[in-house]
Design a binder for this molecule. Structure first.
Ligand code: FES
Length: 145
């Protein structure tokens, strides 16, 4: 067998190994970050109070600047949920036809109250409390109020 073919094969093997190691490290970092911080971000969770005026009953609204979904109706007047999946922290989206939140990363599904409908996620979406601040702002705090 020609020598350059063997070195080419070694190069490909090494490249594959390095890419696999990089992917594993990225996955490990994501899992560690999520375990330590629970998917919560350090960004301020504020938005103008006027956003609540456009909230319609039963239709979740994403507020990206606050990293949250707001849902009007149900036992609480307004439910706020962290917009990161509790599996590994991907941003999930609202599926209007199915009336559920679906995570594009690994297929977890959640009801509009944040409860798990389908794994791999095992924990409900993180509930946030709405706190009315001065200057016409709403601040979201972790945990139910
Ligand atoms: S991050 Fe959502 S299902 Fe894995």
């Amino acid at each position: 067998m020609p020598k350059h073919s063997e070195s080419k094969r070694s190069f490909l093997r090494l490249t594959t190994l390095l890419l696999g190691a990089c992917a594993a490290l990225l996955g490990l970092w994501g899992a560690i970050r999520f375990a330590l911080f629970g998917g919560a971000s350090a960004r301020p969770r504020e938005f103008p109070m006027s956003v609540l005026e456009s909230l319609q009953a039963g239709i979740p609204m994403h507020v990206p600047e606050a990293g949250a979904w707001l849902i009007k109706g149900g036992p609480a007047d307004i439910t706020a949920l962290d917009d990161r999946c509790t599996h590994l922290g991907c941003r999930y989206r609202w599926e209007a036809e199915q009336q559920l939140f679906a995570c594009p990363c690994h297929g977890s599904e959640f009801a509009s109250d944040g409860s798990v409908l389908k794994g791999p996620a095992t924990r409900p979406l993180i509930a946030l409390t709405l706190n009315r601040e001065e200057q016409g702002k709403i601040r979201l705090l972790e945990g139910k109020g």
